[in-house]
Write a protein that binds this ligand. Structure first.
Ligand SMILES: Cc1cc2nc3c(=O)[nH]c(=O)nc-3n(C[C@H](O)[C@H](O)[C@H](O)COP(=O)(O)OP(=O)(O)OC[C@H]3O[C@@H](n4cnc5c(N)ncnc54)[C@H](O)[C@@H]3O)c2cc1C
Length: 489
């Protein structure tokens, strides 16, 4: 029996499997694709917080070496300057999804995670002790926990009978890679129906295109004939499109699972939330789900924390994602070329000439403003810990370096030995350090320097110390389990 089976080796499943493996959990990935190759192009990059998360695990250089950094934050027609964000990575990274998945796969393979390919999961049955996972062909597999990271059409979500709620589809788009007999225009076009885009691909022959359909298309596999019809309606010609390498359809449906968990079965990434690609938020949301869930599930599997810790996964991720989805819907609505939409875009653009709204939106779009509701207190509580340059007894260290192993950190910036976390010493790293710089948070600005912080493996601050230990034991117990008894050591 596995501890955890993750269905899907997309970005979310891979990240989650890596997190679980780092925590010593016996995890397997079940993937229906028989090779790692990805058909068609999907994501073209991700934003600052996702880059930071990869930095927290020591793998960011692999992405930076292959991608192209860009100031690509925007809302409507207004560019927002990512360069002013208080982050070591104040930019968006342009990198295709096939490369993102290849890099993540390399990482999870180094961590020893088996990826069982060509296995289509058809359903599951759970009981008090575990889950039987049924595959289309072959024997069922037994696992203690099952995570559906199986994308927008998640079988796990369907079998778990978890509804998606939110805005239903009003517009559909065909995305394709085809050969053509006529020259195509390149770049974006906006009209009354929506947004359309074309670009000639690296081979110089194939054209990548997105075309908004005149009417909402059916939930069936799209055909070349439908693509030609949509092209003709927009451009007056289908450019002699032929030999499609790939045609797919996506819509503006923006919906979230009502529950992220049913007993021993959990959802993550697109399986838990679907939305159009506008703004490029999908990878970041999935990666954030994975790093939020991974260490919690690992602690539950290892008996360090009660099963109820898993409820904090939905409590934290669902509202955070809801904010992002609202923004995606608003952006998608602005992707039209009619006079009213243009007027709305221009009005928003004017409002975005003010620093406050610009900073607010940049914080949200970059993912750097995420704040989990961990109660009242210092402004750092629940927010992502900034990557400070520390001085320690072992030399200079960055905060993110302390998180490479995905283990919690008690960062003690006060008098040495003034904080005692002996009962959690087997789980929490106690790092004494000096830091004399300012504490600047995205959107909020400078905050009072704390004397100590407890940092969860996902990089979010679980406790802030003012020179006393008030609330520390409670926070460590909540997040990292009961204190060890003296004779446990
Ligand atoms: C046109 C387009 C452009 C996009 N651009 C961006 C962008 O620029 N930036 C961005 O952040 N996001 C973008 N996205 C969104 C992004 O691609 C997704 O959000 C992301 O892939 C979600 O990752 P995931 O791992 O949750 O799901 P997926 O990537 O969908 O992975 C799911 C995996 O599960 C497997 N699977 C499914 N069902 C089963 C089953 N029954 N059994 C076994 N395996 C199964 C699939 O084969 C797949 O490997 C774009 C999406 C589209 C369509």
């Amino acid at each position: 029996m596995y501890d955890v089976a993750v269905v899907g080796s997309g970005p979310t499943g891979l990240m989650l499997a890596g997190e679980l493996a780092l925590a010593g959990v016996d995890v397997v990935i079940l993937e229906r694709r028989s090779t790692p190759d990805l058909v068609g192009s999907r994501a073209r990059g991700f934003h600052s917080r996702t880059i930071e998360i990869f930095d927290q695990r020591g793998i960011v250089d692999r992405f930076l070496a292959e991608g192209r950094t860009a100031q690509a934050l925007s809302f409507g027609s207004t560019s927002l300057d990512a360069g002013t964000l208080p982050s070591r990575h104040p930019y968006t990274l342009g990198l295709g999804q096939s490369h993102i998945e290849r890099i993540l796969l390399g990482w999870v393979e180094e961590l020893g995670v088996p990826v069982r390919r060509g296995l289509e999961v058809a359903g599951f049955v759970q009981d008090d002790a575990g889950v039987d996972v049924h595959v289309a062909e072959g024997e069922p597999l037994r696992t203690a926990y099952l995570v559906g990271a199986d994308g927008g059409r998640s079988v796990i979500r369907t079998v778990a009978d978890i509804d998606l709620v939110g805005a239903k589809a009003t517009r559909s788009h065909l995305i394709a890679e085809v050969e053509v007999t006529e020259e195509t225009p390149t770049g974006l076009r906006l009209d009354d129906v929506g947004i359309h885009a074309m670009n000639v691909m690296e081979d110089g022959r194939t054209v990548g295109m997105v075309v908004t359909e005149q009417q909402l298309g059916p939930a069936t596999e799209p055909t070349l004939a439908e693509l030609c019809e949509a092209l003709t309606a927009v451009y007056g010609t289908d450019f002699g499109a032929h030999d499609p390498r790939w045609i797919s359809r996506f819509t503006d449906a923006t919906r979230q699972a009502v529950a992220y968990r049913r007993g021993r079965v959990l959802l993550a990434g697109d399986a838990a939330h679907i939305h159009p690609p506008t703004g490029g938020q999908g990878i970041g949301l999935g990666v954030q789900d994975a790093v939020n869930l991974g260490w919690k599930l690992a602690q539950v599997v290892r008996g360090v924390s009660p099963d109820s810790l898993l409820d904090s996964y939905q409590a934290e991720r669902q509202p955070t994602t809801a904010r992002v989805l609202k923004n995606v819907m608003a952006q998608a609505l602005l992707q039209r070329g009619d006079a009213r939409t243009e007027a709305t875009r221009d009005t928003i653009s004017e409002l975005l000439s003010f620093g406050g709204p610009r900073a607010q939106l940049a914080g949200l779009l970059s993912g750097l403003d995420v704040c989990y509701d961990l109660g009242d207190g210092h402004r750092l509580l629940g927010r992502r810990m900034p990557d400070l340059d520390l001085t320690t007894a072992h030399g200079p260290r960055r905060v993110f370096e302390l998180l490479h192993d995905a283990r919690p950190v008690l960062l003690d910036l006060g008098e040495p030995h003034s904080i005692d976390i002996t009962p959690w010493a087997d789980r929490v790293q106690h790092i004494s350090a000096d830091y004399t710089g300012t504490w600047e948070l995205p959107v909020i600005g400078t905050v009072t320097a704390p004397v100590a912080v407890a940092i969860r493996p996902d990089g979010h601050v679980a406790w802030v110390g003012d020179g006393t230990q008030t609330g520390l034991g409670e926070a460590l117990t909540t997040w990292f389990g009961q204190p060890a008894k003296k004779n446990d050591a």
